[in-house]
Ligand binder design. Structure first.
Ligand SMILES: [Fe+2]
Ligand SMILES: [Fe+2]
Length: 334
């Protein structure tokens, strides 16, 4: 019997500016107390590709790491200090760019009435999307879906009681309910294979633009900081509420395009699963968390609103490029 494969690590991307250059140059050397450049706080674009690629690489050290990179970098104090500055820039922009408030029902309510995924992206794909656009969409989403549910696992030790038990139940489903071949990350790898795309872990890291990376970086940031546990739970709830109806539209789109059954399967799985996950997140996780820690309400609202913000930015990026028959990726798919 062949030995099971070791978790596949990513390949380091190419730098796209001074921030990613700083991080990537460091990771090519052994961890040390080397001196780091001063972080250019004023010049850094909180939604720019350079910042998000640098941040994504820093976060990836906590997941699977990269080929040829010393794993000790994960806890290197200088790198963490640099990452902290990247996070501060991104987090400050997110907090500034959402309406805020602390009424969780008011924040979640609109998602239940007209659940959507940003600016009608799945509606567009269902009604008019072409196969090349669908493949690009898969490539954008591959950064997250190939590690689906991993960012949310960081929050588990920070929860207790019913909120914890219920969130674990949702994660259990995401991780295939005990079956490796049904893990959602595996179903997405099958989808990529079915679409004739590269299913290797982080295979499209060099190809996706900032709005796609920002979605994943936001989850990692919320998951890795205990102080942001309210935002992580708010984000998770918002994602689960909007996923089931969007997945239904994706199933319709993929059937219209006569896509490979593996492509349909990933979304079909989410139509039913996420209808349940939504209920669990809202009633068991959110209600219980807020009863225990009512002061987290504002952060839960923040997590919901920040999710809408980054998803809309991604949807807008895709629709703007597609409207002009241009690729939405940094390099077109072969
Ligand atoms: Fe899932
Ligand atoms: Fe789910």
């Amino acid at each position: 019997m062949p030995a099971p494969a070791v978790a596949e690590a990513g390949t380091l991307p190419n730098p796209v500016g001074p921030l990613s250059e700083t991080v990537l140059a460091a990771l090519g050397t052994p961890p040390s107390g080397r001196s780091w450049p001063v972080f250019p706080q004023e010049a850094a674009d909180p939604y720019g590709l350079d910042l998000h690629l640098a941040l994504h690489v820093c976060y990836e050290l906590h997941y699977r790491g990269f080929h040829g990179v010393n794993p000790e970098w994960e806890w290197n104090p200088e790198l963490l200090r640099f990452r902290g500055a990247l996070e501060y820039t991104f987090l400050t922009a997110l907090r500034t760019d959402v309406p805020g408030g602390n009424d969780v029902s008011e924040a979640v309510g609109p998602l239940l009435v007209e659940p959507d995924d940003g600016d009608g992206l799945s509606r567009f794909l269902r009604d008019k999307g072409e196969w090349w656009q669908m493949r690009e969409y898969f490539a954008h989403r591959s950064i997250y879906h190939l590690k689906e549910a991993d960012p949310h696992a960081w929050v588990l030790p920070r929860l207790t009681g019913k909120a914890k038990a219920a969130l674990v139940a949702v994660e259990f489903d995401e991780f295939g309910g005990g079956r490796a071949d049904r893990m959602h990350s595996k179903l997405f790898a099958d989808l990529l294979d079915g679409a004739g795309l590269d299913s290797s872990y982080l295979g499209y890291l060099d190809a996706v633009p900032a709005p796609a990376l920002a979605v994943v970086n936001m989850m990692s940031m919320f998951g890795l900081h205990r102080a942001l546990r309210g935002a992580l739970v708010g984000h998770f709830a918002a994602a689960e509420i909007t996923t089931a109806p969007a997945a239904k539209r994706m199933v319709a789109a993929l059937r219209r395009l006569a896509a490979d059954p593996a492509c349909v399967r990933f979304y079909a799985e989410h139509v039913e699963a996420d209808a349940v996950h939504e209920q669990v997140l809202r009633h068991d996780v959110l209600d219980d968390l807020l009863q225990r820690e009512p002061h987290l309400a504002a952060d839960v609202v923040f997590g919901v609103q920040a999710t809408e913000l980054v998803e809309s930015r991604l949807a807008e990026h895709l629709m703007t490029n597609w409207a002009q028959a241009r690729t939405s990726l940094l390099r077109p798919l072969p």
